[in-house]
Design a protein around this ligand. Structure first.
Ligand code: APR
Length: 266
């Protein structure tokens, strides 16, 4: 099917979703969900660029999110990430995050791949997301790479590694850095082996995540794109475009796919 946005406002419950998608979802041996900034929009998490407001408006991404920036001014970079970490800790997972966690509990083989660094999927109950871009909630030694998920916050500047005293840096992927090899391998393997691939809240522009739905489709999976906008999204015979917000569509998709299961309020 070519790009054919569904007329959601005119349909209801099971009719809202293509029947072959619902059937494939229920019978799937393996499902992959890929998420991006859009799924956290309903939790009030600004994207990297949207967070460049107020005091931060004077900076560019290269001043705050590159290894060179950290070398030049570790205190500035650390305080940017500290501010963003405080934001995500105050936010709550939304019905979209929770629907993905429920989907995982209904399927035997399930892989969640996220480009988000906000940790909201884990807080919603997803057990082992592939975090392609790392997490704001972890830090790692800038010299040895040891990862930690708690540390004492100094008054100024980044904390130090307990072992070697080098600075800790955010455990996220900066511009110009490669993605964690293990995460990327898991993401590719799962995508190539799934029957259903849901791409949720991502503009599908940033590689290598952008290729994953097409890797899945070319291996025979049905792809569904959940996004209020079709801008920039590729279309194809095995791609369904579900136009709308993740927090509304994902719980509805679960309810339509498993009408006999209790669909607890989100
Ligand atoms: N539900 C679903 N999708 C939504 C919603 C929503 N409520 N709100 C917005 N969207 C969609 C937008 O239409 C857009 O297509 O989410 C997408 C967000 O796109 P981007 O901001 O480009 O985010 P993402 O695709 O995650 O970007 C990938 O790029 O900036 C870097 O490292 C950053 O991880 C990020 C990566």
């Amino acid at each position: 099917m070519d790009l054919e946005p569904m007329g959601f406002e005119k349909r209801s419950s099971r009719e809202r979703f293509p029947t072959d998608l619902l059937a494939r979802l229920r019978d799937a041996r393996r499902v992959v969900v890929l998420t991006g900034a859009g799924i956290s929009a309903e939790s009030g998490i600004p994207t990297f660029r949207d967070a460049l407001t107020g005091l931060w408006a004077q900076y560019r991404a290269e001043d705050l999110a590159t290894p060179e920036a950290f070398e030049r001014n570790p205190a500035l970079v650390w305080s940017w990430y500290r501010m963003r970490r405080e934001l995500v800790v105050r936010a709550e997972p939304n019905p979209g995050h929770r629907a993905i966690a429920r989907l995982e509990s209904r399927l035997t083989r399930f892989t969640l791949i996220t480009q988000n660094v906000d940790g909201l999927h884990r807080r919603a109950g997803s057990t082992d997301p592939v975090e392609l871009h790392g997490s704001l909630l972890r830090a790692r030694c800038s010299r040895e790479g040891t990862v930690v998920d708690s540390w004492e916050e100094p008054k100024t500047g980044p904390p130090r590694c307990a072992r070697c005293q080098a600075y800790l840096r955010p455990d996220v992927v900066w511009f110009g850095e490669t993605l964690p090899e293990h995460a990327l391998r898991r993401a590719r393997e799962a995508s190539a082996a799934c029957d259903v691939f849901l791409s949720v809240g991502t503009s599908n522009l940033v590689e290598p995540a952008a290729s994953l739905p097409w890797l899945a489709a070319s291996a025979g999976a049905v792809v569904a794109v959940v996004n209020p906008s079709v801008e920039g999204q590729r279309s194809g015979t095995r791609v369904h475009h579900l136009l709308g917000r993740a927090g509304e569509l994902l719980p509805a998709l679960l309810a339509a796919g498993w009408p006999e299961e209790p669909n607890s309020p989100t």
